[in-house]
Write a protein of this length. Structure first.
Length: 239
């Protein structure tokens, strides 16, 4: 690769190259020393544009999330639950296209990228329109984003041993070993796991993305039920 010289060095160029490295090799591959080498400058030259590694991570996060829009495809007259389903699908689809967005968001220490606040604003508008009280809606958004982050992290990590590199026989052996581990448990203490060993092995060692539609159902049906019963109830407190 041809090194880029010092004259064109900018904060944007540093962040862009960091995102390229992170996307190709993982976030752990990004370091100021590595960037300086690839950009053809000394590490000290980078500090004129980024204060430290955390400042770089924060800038990468803001760049990775820029342009995320949960409202793509919204139409006038759509019911709130339709908009919520579409917003969740949009969020997943756009994060899938930005593999570094989620790990960067976890490592982020800034005050919040503008794109993050825009997604929260759009979700808040949906829940307020549905009839939830403002605080209830904010609590529910926190719950939903936590659930989605966990699910999307699981998808990004993939199934154990990276199934894409295993043939059917290898996958079958993995599932058999997984089931055998459960069958070895004391039946009197774990009767349900022992009885369901084969099903648990098949489900746990499958592509987690196969359950996406059910996950959206779980979230949206839960929201509808909460609204029917009058909100999230007295379990939430301002303390």
């Amino acid at each position: 690769m041809q090194a880029r010289g010092r004259p064109g060095l900018t904060r944007e160029a540093i962040v862009t190259r960091a995102l390229e490295i992170g996307t190709a090799e993982g976030l752990e591959a990004v370091s100021l020393r590595r960037l300086a080498q690839e950009l053809g400058v000394t590490p000290m030259a980078l500090y004129r544009h980024v204060r430290d590694k955390q400042d770089l991570v924060n800038a990468m996060t803001e760049a990775a999330l820029e342009g995320i829009d949960a409202t793509v495809g919204f139409r006038p007259g759509m019911a709130w639950i339709e908009r919520m389903r579409l917003a969740i699908d949009n969020y997943k689809e756009q994060l899938d296209a930005r593999p570094l967005a989620l790990p960067l968001s976890i490592a982020y220490t800034g005050e919040g990228p503008p794109a993050f606040w825009k997604v929260l604003e759009d979700l808040l508008a949906i829940l307020l329109d549905a009839g939830f009280q403002r605080r209830e809606a904010i609590v529910l958004i926190r719950m939903i984003t936590n659930l989605l982050a966990g699910y999307l992290l699981l998808i990004q990590q993939g199934a154990p041993s990276d199934f894409t590199q295993l043939d059917a026989h290898q996958i079958d052996l993995l599932r058999r070993r997984f089931a055998l581990a459960q069958l070895s448990l004391p039946r009197d203490e774990f009767p349900n796991l022992v009885e369901g060993a084969d099903d648990t092995a098949e489900v746990w060692l499958s592509d987690p993305d196969r359950w996406w539609r059910n996950t959206v159902d779980l979230i949206t049906f839960g929201l509808e039920r909460m609204l029917e019963r009058g909100g999230i109830g007295s379990q939430d407190s301002a303390s």
